[in-house]
Design a protein around this ligand. Structure first.
Ligand code: KIV
Length: 278
């Protein structure tokens, strides 16, 4: 049985911290799921860390659906959240509903995430009313990077801090089951976590959020082009992969790969006969 949003909300009530990770493909999702992560986000960060775009803005619905399907096949227990890409929920409530429904019905996700606070509350309410669980996302919202003027911490000044608190309340009132806080000062994140009954999941938001989320490629040391301050590297897989590939290249060139161990045999008489006939 998959984890449900009720169990996630219950974790906050029990004061149990909630780990969440991104995953974008079958193999990684399977490993992350077997390790016991209860929430997997198929983030639009895939645009940068999987597809090589400069930001998350070019990511399309079709790309997201392709990756969500793979993650759903790989992870059997975790609750899978599909991240709605830029302009898939901005134009109208009906657009937001249509695209969120594709994530649930066509791709097999159990919930969707969208960026924004009060401004998206009406859409969140409509999705929730139609039975689609929604995770909010406020603070540094990468889809608004041009409007925000770059990747910078949000909520350091009074006006921004008040707005974030209001946005968090608006999302909770609209029915969101949890909210991502990205790059918000730790004391503000703590206040938001204490104010809301639903879980806050932080990334660069300090230790007092109810849960934490990391981008899997940062955690594994796979994406080395840009590593944010809030990312912690638990492995250095880019280096390990390069070492493995260099060894392979050297062995192919020196003829030490493959050996008999990686080769298949056949009846020697057959090959003799074949040679005689040819
Ligand atoms: O796209 C993503 O990976 C995200 C997380 C950073 C929360 O939105």
């Amino acid at each position: 049985m998959r984890i449900t949003i009720t169990e996630i909300k219950e974790m906050k009530r029990r004061k149990e911290k909630i780990p969440m990770l991104t995953a974008y493909d079958y193999v990684t999702a399977k490993i992350v799921d077997e390790a016991g992560v209860p929430l997997i986000l198929v983030g639009d960060s895939l645009g940068m860390v999987m597809l090589g775009y400069e930001s998350t803005i070019p990511v399309t619905m079709e790309e997201m659906i392709h990756h969500i399907k793979a993650v759903v096949r790989g992870a059997k227990k975790a609750l899978i959240i599909g991240d709605m890409p830029f302009m898939s929920y901005h134009i109208s409530v009906s657009d937001a509903l249509h695209n969120a429904a594709r994530f649930i019905q066509e791709a097999g996700a159990q919930a969707v995430k969208l960026e924004g606070g009060e401004v998206v509350a009406e859409k969140v309410r409509r999705l929730v009313d139609c039975g689609i669980p929604v995770m909010g996302h406020i603070g540094l919202t990468p889809q608004s990077i041009h409007q925000l003027g770059g990747f910078r911490v949000q909520g350091k000044v009074m006006e921004e801090a008040k707005k974030l608190l209001n946005d968090a309340r608006a999302l909770e009132e609209a029915g969101a089951f949890a909210i991502v806080l990205e790059c918000t000062p730790a004391p503000l994140s703590k206040l938001i976590a204490q104010t809301l009954a639903i879980p806050t999941i932080g990334i660069g938001a300090g230790p007092d959020c109810d849960g934490q989320v990391q981008v899997i490629s940062d955690l594994l040391g796979l994406y080395t082009e840009f590593v944010p301050k809030h990312a912690k590297k638990y492995a250095s897989l880019a280096g390990e992969i390069k070492t493995a590939v260099s060894s392979y290249i050297a062995e192919v060139k020196s003829r030490s790969f493959p050996t008999a161990e990686q080769s298949y045999t056949m009846d020697e008489n057959l090959i003799k006969q074949l040679k005689a006939e040819s």
